[in-house]
Ligand binder design. Sequence first.
Ligand SMILES: *Cc1c(COP(=O)(O)O)cnc(C)c1O
Length: 430
Amino acid sequence: MKNLVNNGINTENLPNAAGYFGEFGGAYLPEELEKVMKEVEAAYEEISKDPSFIAELKELNEHYTGRPSPVYHAKRLSIAAGGAEIYLKREDLNHTGAHKINHCLGEVLLAKHMGKKKVIAETGAGQHGVALATAAALLGLECDIYMGEIDVRKEAPNVSRMKVLGAKVISVTQGTKSLKDAVDAAFEAYLKDPVTQIYCIGSVVGPHPFPMMVRDFQAIIGMEAREQMQSYAGSLPDAVVACVGGGSNAMGIFSAFLDDKDVELYGVEPAGKGLETGKHAATIAKGTVGILHGFKSLVLQDKDGEPLPVYSIASGLDYPGVGPQHSYLHSIGRVHYETATDREAVEAFYALSRMEGIIPALESSHAVAYAVKLAKKLGKGKKILVNLSGRGDKDIDFVMEHYPLEEYEPEENLKDGYDEFLKHIGGEKN
Ligand SMILES: *Cc1c(COP(=O)(O)O)cnc(C)c1O
């Protein structure tokens, strides 16, 4: 539905009233939560037409987050890629360093409007937890973040950030002590008290209305970028590329271009150590239709419908499901879904850092890696817009430890631009 939050982009009137995008989406919930989700939906319906809510969100987007984020022509990376010109939508420059703040501000404003006292969520690596804790601090709500015990130990800096911001971090010790158990624990807590608190989902996943709401809050990325490409680059891009975990940054940038039939859209999933190894999180490439966390979509699952263990170097992409609208856009062929491996992502991480002075998040590096490949394929005179979903400060120590530059050897991606690339990173071919 077109509304003031999504700026009237063409949503193809999806989802339908029951929350479906084609056969995907819906709300598969215990009875107690059905009523609660209806209330969330009604509240969203109301605020999405309310000029004062929109004015408040707009003010925060501009003066707190720092929107609009710029579009930047990555000239040196384009030369090395040797084909189309690559442009970056700089979501890494947002306050808190990624696109997640866009929907967290929207969700916490909605919570406040509904008279909730507390927001709760799960977090894996802590990125969603930090963004939500930030929005909760700003708007004066309590915040409980559920996190697997293993992640609490692994992601110490983000745990500290959440605590400094005033959130309570609840370490989940049941099951595998990781993200899936954190989701279960947060759901349990929500079931116990759905009146004073609200569950804020971290991507375009979960039961209706979340895939729609989060998409609408993220649609500002595409709205801005579409205008910026026309004014700065002189035309719309030929292709738009974004990484896909749950799929929120991708839906955010794709939404504004769905009507532009000449603009090809590419979602990039994590192929991890390789699709053939089973160590990946490429849900659209390898998933089957199933139900996970309250919605129907493509899911990486075993034959009993249990979610499979997933893996990616980028913890933000490490999810066995994908937003229902992505499964739908895949089924109708409007968006192409491709993959990038860990190695390709690291290569792009170094390439962008060394050639443009921009350290990308490992998640976003998947999109950059695919864009470099696509640039070669499309050739000169074409334009590619990449959603740079976040900054890579959080990944620096990990990359330096596990993929030191001395041992770096480019694989497929930048082979043709290898000499050029080496000049920039200061290495020698031997
Ligand atoms: C969380 C995260 C992602 C993945 O989430 P989506 O919902 O697929 O956008 C991508 N990039 C960054 C920087 C993230 O923090």
